[in-house]
Design a protein around this ligand. Structure first.
Ligand SMILES: *[C@@H]1O[C@H](CO)[C@@H](O)[C@H](O)[C@H]1NC(C)=O
Ligand SMILES: CC(=O)N[C@H]1CO[C@H](CO)[C@@H](O)[C@@H]1O
Length: 304
């Protein structure tokens, strides 16, 4: 698939997205259009606080068992340089006491928008657990701090990781790189055969970039469900119930990607698909992705 067809796919994705929005906007609502966005932002009431808490526990349990079996890095390396290297994807928000793994196309952009919005709320609207002290400095990346500060923040801040099905991240990277002339097939070959030294934050396994065995994440947030999950996280970290969080678009994006996943996977040989399974084996072992075409049809033991 060449540049032109990539543009076509992007265009059709955008069209599907537009159709979706126009459906939303034109849909008759008894309250009128003014309430539409609010209504859409509201949290699915069928998912209770307890359910969301349970989901977190299940994800963390799977991750812990993965870390236990695979002997990943669990301690901060002793030198500044190594530690900074390992923590290079972790971003800091001092005001709200968050550390989060910042990777493109995982929903982190919407999350940062929310943090910015909350950061602007001055004067007691937010019930933050610990008073805000500027004790570490102002840098936005954890890797820019000294070891003592890194350790202190890793201990005391709320740590969040955003996860997304690996093949979808890869598709997203391919779609957004309009300057590259690689076909999809060449792109996959490049990823598979350039080796892990060419790790890109766009597609390398989350486990290699976010180091979830070292950074003991308090929350594991799943792309496709962020609206509910972020709301839950915010309530647990002290956000007042009435606060309206902005809309997360991941659930709609997820829908178009599910369609694309199947289409693009059909362009690859079984061998290549198997190699993608191998490439992403740590993510598939550390996390459970509720919908993964690659996993369900190729990676899962016993498939094809
Ligand atoms: C680390 O940084 C903090 C905050 O800037 C500073 O107070 C502390 O002295 C530094 N520690 C070392 C060992 O350099
Ligand atoms: C395909 C590609 O770019 N491979 C590169 C991966 O990284 C090594 C060393 O960092 C290079 O030597 C390869 O050319």
């Amino acid at each position: 698939m060449h540049f032109f067809s990539r543009v076509l796919i992007l265009a059709s994705l955008s069209l599907m997205f537009l159709l979706w929005w126009s459906y939303l906007l034109l849909r008759p609502t008894p309250q009128g259009q003014g309430d539409l966005i609010i209504e859409d932002r509201q949290v699915d009431s069928s998912l209770t606080f307890d359910t969301l808490l349970h989901i977190q526990q299940v994800r963390k349990k799977k991750l812990r068992s993965f870390c236990h079996k695979n002997r990943k890095i669990v301690m901060l390396p002793p030198t500044q340089q190594e530690a900074s290297q390992v923590l290079s994807s972790i971003a800091v928000n001092h005001k709200l006491h968050f550390l989060y793994c910042k990777l493109p196309a995982t929903g982190v952009e919407d999350w940062e928008e929310l943090l910015e919005m909350l950061g602007e709320e001055e004067g007691g609207t937010l019930l933050m657990p610990i008073p805000y002290h500027q004790q570490f400095g102002n840098q936005k990346a954890l890797s820019e701090y000294n070891l003592t500060s890194m350790e202190a923040m890793l201990k005391s801040y709320t740590k969040v990781i955003f996860i997304r099905e690996p093949f979808q991240r890869l598709l997203s990277a391919f779609m957004h790189d309009l300057t590259s002339r690689l076909t999809f097939h060449e792109f996959i070959q490049y990823i598979l055969y350039s080796g892990s030294r060419n790790d890109s934050i766009e597609w390398a396994p989350l486990v290699n970039l976010c180091h979830p065995c070292l950074v003991q994440y308090d929350y594991i947030m799943m792309f496709g469900f962020l609206g509910n999950e972020v709301h839950h996280l915010m309530l647990r970290t002290g956000l007042p119930e009435h606060f309206q969080i902005p809309e997360f678009i991941d659930s709609k994006v997820q829908w178009t990607y599910s369609w694309l996943e199947e289409k693009m996977l059909s362009k690859l040989t079984l061998m290549e698909k198997k190699e993608l399974c191998h490439f992403f084996r740590s993510d598939f072992a550390a996390f459970h992705f509720p919908s993964s075409f690659l996993w369900d049809h190729t990676c899962i033991p016993g498939s094809s």
